[in-house]
Design a protein around this ligand. Structure first.
Ligand code: NZQ
Ligand code: ZN
Length: 386
């Protein structure tokens, strides 16, 4: 096991009928009764979450900021930064999915930053967020793990960019996870959530063995659970057992537990973000497009873990690497996630060239768990995924 530094200060409040505990949690963080509530395109007004949250927040002055898009947009978020400053906000409550939570992480960090916040996302020398206004979340879509981690992904459509940010200042103080929110999710979003959680687990598992027996078993437990419940929860989102297991899998897949002491490889995510930046494809689906090709091109690097995955999770006695990649694809197809770029856009010609060029410009020349994934291989992976 490699050395590691594990820190996670986010309190999770999980289960039914929990929002009444919101005031108690906010009061632990701020004495101010004025808070900003951030949300997305309005699903919270239709599914009752807003009403329940506002009822719980009786006695608070709640300033609203809505309109945070799926794949939250820099320009929109900067309007919220202005609002935070103007209203002198000292606590923000994000009510939504990964996009609202990520957007809020950006808002609370940029509000405390003197320079141009986009420079931080571009990793310009000397440009870093170091502080943030405290915030909490009410999660409405299990998928990203953003409710219990300190990362965020921010889009800038005019520039066709999607960039990451984060740091220990960006952990939520608390997150409320009521599995009931899954009831109102479109099937497509439930499938996205399953896929994103599955891929977060694989990114921290499908590398090479490092004697992390516990982390490997936890990862295999998450993958097996997602396979067991995936199709069922899409069909029966009102089933509390299925919904709560999906919700906790998604949180556990990206809250720091799986990465402790292991070698990880986030290159599927890094390549896939480019597909959202270029074509606006849902995050989870971009992962399902890239992962099979990446595992095929890098199968020699990932051989032992692919075989272990085949045996322990897919129950194959003597799998080949290809058989395991096909099992992964079959799982995505079973939950209605298409795995080819051409399933999502007709304008895919030239994508591999464009992504290779971007990676070269950013000096991302040696990615992957062994630092040997080159832009030429990225080109091949993207081309293979057409
Ligand atoms: O905007 P509203 O109206 O709320 O509708 C949303 C949105 O249209 C809807 N929705 C959410 N909860 C709902 C609901 N509809 C009905 N009932 C509910 N209970 O679902 C749509 C998608 O929401 P979004 O938040 O965009 O989805 P998700 O949670 O998958 O987040 C995706 C974003 O997170 C980033 C992705 O890149 C993408 O930008 N990620 C963040 C990560 C992190 N912070 O650690 C890691 C991930 O790998 C990922 O990159
Ligand atoms: Zn993801």
């Amino acid at each position: 096991m490699l050395n590691f530094d594990y820190y996670n200060p986010t309190r999770i409040i999980f289960g039914k009928d929990i929002y009444k505990r919101l005031p108690e949690q906010i009061e632990l963080v701020t004495a101010s009764k004025k808070i900003l509530l951030t949300y997305g395109g309005g699903s919270i007004f239709k599914n009752g979450v807003y009403d329940e949250v506002i009822k719980a927040l009786e006695g608070f002055e709640v300033v609203l900021f809505g309109g945070i898009e799926p794949n939250p947009e820099y320009d929109t978020l900067m309007k919220a930064v202005e609002l935070v400053k103007k209203e002198n906000i000292s606590f923000v409550l994000a009510v939504g999915g990964g996009s609202v939570i990520d957007g809020t992480k950006f808002i609370v960090s940029a509000a405390k930053y003197e320079g141009n916040p986009w420079d931080v996302l571009l990793r310009k020398e000397g440009s870093v967020f170091t502080d943030a206004i405290p915030f909490g979340t009410v999660l409405t879509l299990p998928a990203t793990g953003s409710e219990m981690n300190s990362g965020a992904v921010i889009s800038n459509s005019p520039l066709k960019e999607k960039r990451t940010m984060g740091g220990s200042f960006a952990f939520p103080k608390f997150s409320f996870l009521d599995p009931k929110v899954i009831e109102s999710l479109p099937k497509r979003q439930i499938a996205n959530g399953i896929t994103d959680a599955f891929m977060h687990t694989l990114e921290q598992y499908l590398t090479y063995p490092t004697d992390n027996f516990l982390q490997e078993r936890i990862a295999e437990g998450i993958l097996s659970t997602l396979i067991e419940i995936g199709e069922k929860v899409i069909e029966n989102p009102k089933d509390h057992v299925l919904a709560s297991n999906l919700m906790w899998c998604a949180t556990m897949a990206l809250n720091g537990t799986l990465r402790a002491g292991v070698v990880y490889d986030w290159s599927t995510h890094m390549i896939a973000h480019e597909l959202t930046a270029l074509y606006g494809i849902d995050h989870a689906r971009t992962l399902a497009i890239i992962a099979p090709s990446l595992y095929r091109i890098k199968s020699a690097n990932k051989k032992e873990k692919l075989i272990q995955l085949g045996q322990r999770v897919f129950g194959l006695e003597t799998p080949t690497e290809e058989m395991v990649v096909q099992k992964i694809e079959s799982f995505f197809h079973a939950i209605n996630i298409a795995t080819r770029l051409s399933d999502y856009t007709e304008a895919y010609e030239g994508t591999a060239e464009e992504i290779k060029k971007r990676f070269e410009e950013r000096n991302w020349l040696a990615m992957g768990e062994r630092g040997d994934l080159t832009p030429d291989e990225v080109f091949e992976i993207v081309k293979m995924s057409y």
